[in-house]
Design a protein around this ligand. Sequence first.
Ligand code: UDX
Length: 455
Amino acid sequence: MGTNTHVLAIPFPLQGHINPMLQLCNRLSSKGVRVTFVTTVSVSKTLQTKTGSINLINIETVPDFTIQEVDGLDIYEIYIRSFRASITNGISDIIKKQRDSGFPVKAIVYDSVIPWSLDIANENGLKGAVLFTQPCAVSSIFYHMHKGTLEISRDEGSEVLLPGMPVMGLKDLPTLVYDMNSYPSLLRLLVEQFSTFEKADWRLFNTFDKLEDEILKWMATKYPIRTIGPTVPSMYIDKRIQGNNDYGLSLFKPKTESWAEWLDTKDDQSVIYVSFGSLADLSEKQMEEIALGLTETKCSFLWVVRDSEQSKLPQDFTSDQLTEKGLIVNWCSQLEVLSHRSVGCFLTHGGWNSTLEALVLGVPMVVMPQWTDQTTNAKFIADVWRTGVRCKENGNGIVTREEVIVCVNDVMKGERGREIRRNVLKWKDLAIEAVSEGGSSDKNVTEFVTELKSA
Ligand code: UDX
């Protein structure tokens, strides 16, 4: 395959959105597509290559943007508008530069939360492919909101019944939906994902057919869709899977890599890995309960506490201080950690990337959802795929130390833990099958590439 078919990829510049877009780009480039990844200057500086030698993905930058307060707009709205202005100002020049260099662009692959990218594509005579980075189940809820077909009763104990979905309670819906006033601009952003759904030339979802079978079939009755996930780099899945693994991008800089050696000293499946992703903002009380709960389990723990969260740690819990029992770091290579033989359980917020990574790497989960899609992801993890347990909050919205201990023990020990492990391994095999040559997601990426080439 030649590399004359050229796409621009525009991710939303947050860690949880950049990762799946970048890995999709890796796969497209491994199938002979020329890919130009468009991001801000400061994000581009965090790009890492594993070998540093291959240059299959080009990077083009748009200017960094600063957040300036605007009366009547919340911080998210300002962020979204500033990012849009930055892309809009830079993109035509990038498209022109590529054309002048002999690499005309055919299409833009854009994150579903920036649907205005399709207008940019069409104004420049290009096709558009939208990538949904959250599960199809979650996206379908926003689809119903967009169409005005989401009917929910706010009465205590009401059930939410939606086509292709399990019976859900109110609090299984994304937090932005069951508490519509919490972040109105983010809710709007997620509902507007569907504003270009029908007009886009391709609709890609970071999931795989067997994982979300029913809801994907339902969504496909609306418009043709393609699953392309899980977008975990193939080197962590199975070295035989086709795909360039060279690129990763981390917006956070780890202060230490001591966790790697520390994990080596631990027994198989004995360590709890704890991480709440790149955005979660836990209360001090919640941090204390997690800290004390972890200490009282009989297991060792590796806990990622981002720099912005560290002041909330209780006394005696210090970052980078290696102890027999636990290690707290500000960031790590989560994929390396989840692949390590010593990790037996993942205490997670249930972000979609973390969920897929745990599934593909066969790690049982204890889920403590915080916001957005994580509540719905937790419902599926605990009740549909049965690959983990969900922590219950007390009346003050806190997961107590006792609950942490019970949930960790459930997953690490006993019959329930063994059943969860069997389920995770089943899903792991199915995920690998989907992205292996000829698997459902692999076929979908190949078909997408074939259509791109003839577009
Ligand atoms: C956000 C949302 O919160 C999430 O719910 C949504 O599904 C995607 O966007 P985030 O909260 O950061 O993402 O969580 P997640 O989706 O799990 O993504 C975090 C990414 O950061 C993962 O790919 C994980 O591997 C990576 N990570 C996390 C690291 O590489 N190192 C760490 O120390 C922690």
